[in-house]
Design a protein around this ligand. Structure first.
Ligand code: CU
Length: 130
């Protein structure tokens, strides 16, 4: 009997593309978004990132030349981006309200350093149908 139950359970799982516990988690889980951003003297590419309020935004930063910094103004996000080929710096940011969040280079990198900036634009997430 026990063997039969296990077998039917395995059949049930096998016929579903996602396990039931993963489905219920996904309904409650926040949206996630990953963006790759390249830094070089004196810009970020892309320099504009669109997201929605409450999204867990992961930004993976690499440099195409020297070391740079990445700071989101008004947040505690501030990280150094290693030199080209020396790896990726990853930050996570979740906008709590709609608006524009400016980011900028936080490591002096040359004459155009103060122009090295961009913006995260967060809009209200569409309301879930209940
Ligand atoms: Cu800089």
């Amino acid at each position: 009997m026990r063997t039969l139950l296990l077998a039917s359970g395995a059949l049930l799982l096998g016929s579903m593309s996602v396990a039931p516990w993963a489905v219920s988690r996904a309904q409650d889980a926040p949206l996630v978004q990953t963006v790759d951003v390249a830094a070089e003297r004196f810009s970020f590419t892309p320099s504009e990132i669109k997201t929605t309020v409450g999204t867990v935004l992961t930004i993976r930063l690499t440099s195409d030349d020297t070391a740079h910094g990445f700071r989101i103004v008004g947040s505690d996000v501030n990280i150094e981006i290693p030199k080209r080929s020396r790896g990726t710096a990853t930050v996570t940011f979740t906008p709590e309200k709609a608006g524009r969040y400016t980011f900028e280079c936080s490591k002096l990198c040359g004459a155009g350093h103060s122009f090295m900036r961009g913006v995260i634009i967060a809009t209200e997430a569409p309301k879930d149908e209940e």
